[in-house]
Design a protein around this ligand. Sequence first.
Ligand code: ATP
Ligand code: LTN
Length: 337
Amino acid sequence: MPKQRILSGVQPTGNLHIGNYLGAIRNWVENQVNYENFFCVVDLHALTAPHNPNELAEHTRRTAALYIACGIDPQQSTIFVQSHISAHAELTWLLNCITPLNWLERMIQFKEKAIKQGENVNAGLLDYPVLMASDILLYQADLVPVGEDQKQHLELTRDIVVRFNDQFGSDRDVPILKLPEPLIRKEGARVMSLTDGTSKMSKSDPSEMSRIHLLDDADTIAKKIKRCKTDTIRELEFDNPDRPECHNLLSLYAILSGKTKEAVQAECADMRGWGDFKPLLAETVINSLQPIQTKYYEVVNEKGYLDRVLKAGREKAGAIAFETLKQVKSALGFLLP
Ligand code: ATP
Ligand code: LTN
């Protein structure tokens, strides 16, 4: 039986944080051997928000290096850069022309980001989910492991597939585009901001104190956790809707320490509130990130290594992507060269 195919990606819009790790990358790593994997650094998506051209290339490299540092093995998985394969942009145009505008206007992430960006909203932000659909569909992915916030974009991808196959491939035995399934693990799927337990931890939050970066040093992590938002209640508990920060911090501790919710609850029962809990959480976060950081510096310091990985990725991914693109263009009736 051929292995099922996985595709996922992260935008190089800043420094990766523990939300990206726990919601997405950790899940890619865990199941790597069971699937055929494609992991993309989605740099075209990074242009949907105001970006700094002097930083884009460096952030793209850093993101790819972090994939490897988190445990993605380039022997097992194909790592590549979205803009290196022009088929992504080309398929986006083709799918744009079959995607109703009101499907895009409904997207929660568009509405939220458009509000945040104010007058600076570009057409790319609205079109963002079609580019994401193209990333997935070019590789005929079976499964797409992402955090909870991407669920609606995957539903849109599925709607596009159904529409495309119905309109342009209804006479085929095998559908032109494969219908992908989301893979969203409950645990870690939505890590919240350290400064506001009701909004998700995000690279684009202006406050660095709201998130822990994968490359933060021990002192910075300890400082961020020490200052993070809590409340004045001494008892520590999960699942109290009036205490989102408490739930978030306890959940982080549970995931990173590998303990069950019940075990954490029991451990916390003996504590004298946040003063006891915060140092323990800081130590757990620091210890969890330490092996990732060591590996990261190995990867970036080995001259030429990352470039070789990305070149091999580009070749392997490109071959598949351009084949799908050809089939799509043929179904749409283009004169093929
Ligand atoms: P930005 O703020 O630039 O939109 P982001 O921090 O939301 O960035 P993305 O690049 O959009 O990160 O997301 C990459 C992956 O990480 C996606 O699978 C997304 O679902 C997941 N992810 C992002 N933030 C979180 C979070 N706080 N908790 C869990 N998963 C997350
Ligand atoms: N939109 C995603 C990033 C992304 C992605 C993808 C994820 C772009 N293309 C394809 C999975 C598959 C986000 O996390 N913001």
